[in-house]
Ligand binder design. Structure first.
Ligand code: BGC
Length: 411
């Protein structure tokens, strides 16, 4: 039985001109009539590419490849066979200037050592259970399951060796139209990190010519288990290492959220966002209420919460969140079939690590938009179920649509 299905892709959006000097751009600007400068560019199908090259060797001796997906617009996405880690998403700003809008490390040992040491998870595929399981424990079909506690007293993002630290098998997806993509597969043995069932996981990364990156997650099991998969990219639409995202604006399609206790575990309550700093039903500057003394903001040291995306039915992809950087004009809209989105303003980054740009990363230098099931769902029967049984298929898709807003510079 299929428990949920991939939803149809959102309506294709216009692609964006790469150069502010294009005739179309200049005539639009001189008209001065449009706030949003959405232009049709001519995609170059011959630019579409899939390639791979060696990225380094893990301390275990395993070799890691880095893959590049490039679309006909010149947008590209890079990821590793290690953890499925997205190391770069290169997108143009409103003037056609391309920047990498995700945080990461220049070298593999950053991902293997620093990221693991500080529980950072830059760009990684997260499993088996995204976010926290209280005390690492839950009851499934009457049996108490103990998973590896790696964030005392809880299990965070799958335990000590989660999917973010596994070598995934990668192959090019064929037969895609106006897109380029890769399939990543992993088999997680029965009992891994304490989770029951042999799990077969397939994740597709597809970059299309409308500057959309879609991530489809599928899984099956041979014993009842629980599962919560996401990607942990840290976005900064000004470019990684460009400073804080406090001036980005954020809108979240959610009327409610799941408040957490001091161990960052949901209390079980479904709370309205109204009259709280978590109300992003209309766009707000992220920094506007970041220093609010609302108890939830103090517990999270900023935003680190699961919003309940409106309209969940298990299979329809709907808008979850939109982020806009007024300075570069870059925009990002996230849509998903998943029930929730963990929005995290990189509250733990403290200047200890620097990215490929050579700039150190500090608190609020990025925003993670982790579409997923609610944290600790196995301990909250009222939350949408994360149980996966033999014969069922886990199937969720999240789409990151990149764009620009605002007029290009004339020069
Ligand atoms: C969690 C944070 C955690 C971060 C990095 C997020 O998904 O919600 O609490 O600090 O991941 O591990």
């Amino acid at each position: 039985m299929t428990r949920s299905f991939a939803a149809p892709m959102p309506r294709p959006a216009y692609t964006l001109a790469r150069s502010g000097r294009s005739l179309l751009a200049r005539s639009m600007i001189s008209l001065g009539a449009l706030a949003a400068c959405m232009m049709i560019s001519t995609p170059d199908a011959s630019a579409r590419a899939f390639d791979s090259k060696a990225f380094g060797t893990l301390s275990s001796g395993q070799k890691v490849q880095r893959y590049t997906l490039r679309n006909a617009n010149g947008m590209s996405v890079q990821f590793l066979s290690y953890g499925g880690i997205i190391t770069a998403i290169n997108v143009p700003d409103r003037n056609g200037r391309v920047a990498n809008v995700v945080l990461g490390f220049a070298k593999l040992d950053g991902y293997e050592t620093d990221s693991a040491h500080a529980n950072i998870y830059f760009g990684a595929l997260i499993g088996r259970y995204a976010n926290r399981l209280a005390n690492g424990t839950f009851v499934l079909d009457g049996q108490t399951i103990h998973t590896t506690v790696n964030n005392p007293p809880n299990t965070l993002h799958g335990g000590l060796v989660g999917f973010d630290k596994k070598i995934w098998q990668v192959r090019k997806l064929s037969g895609l139209s106006h897109a380029v993509g890769a399939e990543l597969t992993l088999t997680s043995p029965d009992g891994e990190e304490g989770f029951p069932g042999t799990l077969h996981v397939t994740v597709d990364y597809v970059l299309d010519d409308s500057n959309r990156l879609s991530i489809r997650y599928r899984a099956t099991t041979d014993r009842p288990t629980v599962l919560n998969l996401t990607n942990h990219s840290y976005f900064n639409l000004g470019g990684e290492g460009s400073g804080s995202i406090e001036n980005h604006t954020l809108q979240i399609n959610a009327d409610t959220f799941t408040p957490v206790d001091h161990a960052a575990i949901p209390t079980g309550q479904i709370a309205p966002v109204g009259s709280t700093p978590l109300d992003f039903r209309t766009p707000h500057r992220i920094g506007e209420r970041l220093r609010d003394n609302h108890p939830q903001m103090l517990i999270g040291r900023g935003y680190d919460h699961n919003w309940i995306i409106n309209g969940y039915d298990g299979r329809t992809q709907r808008l979850a969140a939109t982020v806009t950087d007024p300075a570069s004009g870059r925009t990002l809209s996230v849509s998903t079939t998943q029930p929730g989105i963990q929005v995290y303003t990189s509250n733990s980054l403290d200047g200890t690590y620097a990215g490929p740009s050579g700039h150190a990363y500090r608190q609020t230098d990025a925003i993670a938009l982790e579409t997923q099931h609610y944290p600790d769902s196995p301990n909250h029967p009222a939350f949408p179920t994360t149980t996966l049984r033999p014969g069922e298929a886990f199937d969720h898709t999240t789409t990151f649509q990149f764009g620009v807003t605002g007029a290009a510079a004339t020069q």
